[in-house]
Design a protein around this ligand. Sequence first.
Ligand SMILES: Nc1nc2c(ncn2[C@@H]2O[C@H](COP(=O)(O)OP(=O)(O)O)[C@@H](O)[C@H]2O)c(=O)[nH]1
Ligand SMILES: Nc1ncnc2c1ncn2[C@@H]1O[C@H](COP(=O)(O)OP(=O)(O)O)[C@@H](O)[C@H]1O
Length: 181
Amino acid sequence: MKGKLIIVSGPSGSGKSTVTKLVKDKLNIPLSISATTRKPRNGEIDGKDYYFLTKEEFQKKIKNDEFYEFANVHGNYYGTLKKTVEENLEKGLNVILEIDVQGALIAKEKKKDAILVFFKTENLEVLENRLRNRKTDSDEVIELRLKNAKKELEYEKKYDYVIVNKEIEKACNDLINIINL
Ligand SMILES: Nc1nc2c(ncn2[C@@H]2O[C@H](COP(=O)(O)OP(=O)(O)O)[C@@H](O)[C@H]2O)c(=O)[nH]1
Ligand SMILES: Nc1ncnc2c1ncn2[C@@H]1O[C@H](COP(=O)(O)OP(=O)(O)O)[C@@H](O)[C@H]1O
């Protein structure tokens, strides 16, 4: 049997990385590492958090048709490599992609039975507090992410499930239940 493709999106700061990492560990789902032209944050490791590429390297991969999907998000390119998705699904492994709303719709077009899960916080104030407390981004970057959050929230209705991330443990269980449906 082939694996399931689960796609997780949500505004920056909604907690999708935190919850997805915990769920992947718990269910033994392999990591799917995206490529990006964003600069690494403190503590981020190339080949673990992302494949950090130059714009030229990224564009070469676009030209060589290496991406399952890609998009420009908050001013940088992000993309999922085809091999990350296709090899694992063929092996019968579930794949979780944590990607933006544009990429999610591209992936859903390609694989109609993909399950789309949208993460959000109770309100924008909580989102802003989480982004500020994370201390990974400058004020300018946070402002842009909050501005984009309002647009991203309009995509919620296109998703199969919505998780309001209040308690981490509850959000993890919600995601596990969706995967196991
Ligand atoms: N389309 C697409 N989006 C991605 C991919 N990888 C990450 N993203 C999205 O890019 C956005 C920014 O990610 P990141 O810079 O890590 O910031 P964060 O969301 O604040 O943790 C998020 O919405 C991610 O879901 C990818 O491979 N493809
Ligand atoms: N349920 C939660 N309650 C409180 N803080 C959370 C919760 N989920 C995530 N966080 C924290 O909020 C911040 C943003 O989470 P993160 O997973 O980086 O979001 P995203 O990947 O959506 O940008 C991080 O500092 C994380 O530790």
